[in-house]
Design a protein around this ligand. Structure first.
Ligand code: CP
Length: 300
C-alpha cells in the first residue's frame, strides 16, 4: 500500500501502470461484470470546495464495491481548533484510505506522515493535483493515442493552478512539446519549470500571446480567484483573459480542448457542444482513473 501525494513521487512506469489499470476499469464499467467488491471504506476529507474530485472519488469507491464516508472540512471539529494531524489520525482509524483536499500546500504530505492508512492528495493549495494529471494524461491518450511529440498549450492562471503544475510534470515526463501561455502576472513559477527541465529536458516555450496554429491539445484553466489576495485584481484578469473563437479557428482541425473545470468565461460561451470541446468527456474519465488510484493505493 502506498500514498499518492505528488507527481514527483511517480516514475513513468508508475504512471503507465495507473493508466493501464484505468483502462481496465473503464472497460469494466462498460461491461456487465463489475469488479469484485473490495469491501473497504474510503474516507473523503474535503477542506475546500469540490464537485468533480469529491464526487468522482465517491462514485469510484461505490463502483469498486467499497463504502464511502465523507468529512466536510467546515463542519468538522477543525472548526473548534482541532489540528489537521489529529483529524487525520482519527480518520485513519475509521477508513482504509483517506482522500484529502486542503488549502495548504504540503497538507497531504503531512497527512501521509501521520496516517496509518494510505493518503491520496486530492489537491493541496496551489501545489499538486496528481489524480487530475492522471485523468488529463488518460484523456490525451484516449483522444490522441499518444503524448510524446504532441503540441500541448497550457493556457490560463499558471501561477496558482495546481492542476497546471502537476500536468507540466506529467507532460514533461511523456515528452510532449509544451507551450506555457498566461497573462504576465500569472506565469508558471520559474522553480517549477527549472525542476522539470533538469529532470526531463522537455521542449517548453513561454508566451503571453495565444497562438494555436500548431496546437494539438489546448488545456485551459480559469483564473484561480481563491488564491488571490486582491479580489479586484482577480476580477480584472478574469475579464481580460478570454480565448476567442478566432484564436481557436486558427488551430488544426483535430484540436482537442481540455479543462480541469470548473470553467468560468475563459472559453467562448457556446463552445460546450463544439466537437473540439472534450472537457465533459475528460471529467467523466475521472471515475475509471480514480478507481485505478483507489485500487493501487489500497494494494488491490
Ligand atoms: N478539477 C477539479 O479538481 O474540480 P473540482 O474542484 O470540482 O474537484
Amino acid at each position: 500500500m502506498s500514498d499518492l501525494i505528488s507527481m514527483r513521487d511517480l516514475s513513468r512506469n508508475d504512471v503507465e501502470a495507473y493508466l493501464r489499470h484505468a483502462e481496465k476499469m473503464e472497460k469494466s464499467l462498460r461491461s456487465s461484470s463489475p469488479p469484485k467488491p473490495r469491501n473497504k471504506i474510503v474516507a473523503t476529507m474535503f477542506f475546500e470546495p469540490s464537485t468533480r474530485t469529491h464526487m468522482s472519488f465517491w462514485a469510484a469507491a461505490e463502483r469498486l464495491g467499497c463504502r464511502a464516508i465523507s468529512l466536510s472540512g467546515d463542519k468538522s471539529s477543525s472548526a473548534k481548533g482541532e489540528t489537521l494531524s489529529d483529524t487525520v489520525r482519527i480518520m485513519s482509524g475509521y477508513a482504509d484510505v483517506l482522500v484529502l483536499r486542503h488549502p495548504l500546500e504540503g497538507a497531504a504530505r503531512l497527512a501521509a506522515d501521520v496516517s496509518s492508512v494510505p493518503v491520496v492528495n486530492a489537491g493541496d493549495g496551489g501545489n499538486q493535483h496528481p489524480t487530475q494529471t492522471l485523468i488529463d494524461l488518460y484523456s490525451i491518450l484516449r483522444l490522441k493515442k499518444k503524448i510524446s511529440g504532441l503540441s500541448v498549450h497550457l493556457v490560463g492562471d499558471l501561477r496558482h493552478a495546481r492542476a497546471m503544475r502537476s500536468l507540466l510534470y506529467g507532460l514533461s515526463m511523456f515528452g510532449a512539446k509544451i507551450t506555457l501561455c498566461s497573462p504576465k502576472a500569472l506565469a508558471m513559477s520559474d522553480e517549477v519549470v527549472r525542476e522539470v527541465q533538469e529532470k526531463f529536458s522537455p521542449s517548453i516555450r513561454t508566451t503571453h500571446e495565444i497562438n494555436l496554429r500548431d496546437c494539438d491539445v489546448l488545456y485551459v484553466c480559469r483564473i484561480q480567484k481563491e488564491r488571490f489576495e486582491d479580489q479586484y485584481e482577480a476580477a480584472r484578469l478574469q475579464d481580460e483573459f478570454r480565448i476567442t473563437k478566432e484564436q481557436i479557428s486558427a488551430a488544426p482541425d483535430d484540436l482537442a480542448i481540455l479543462h480541469p473545470l470548473p470553467k468560468i468565461d475563459e472559453l467562448p460561451a457556446d463552445y460546450d457542444s463544439d466537437p473540439h470541446a472534450k472537457y465533459f468527456q475528460q471529467a467523466s474519465w475521472g471515475v475509471p482513473v480514480r478507481m485505478a488510484v483507489l485500487d493501487r493505493v489500497m494494494g488491490v
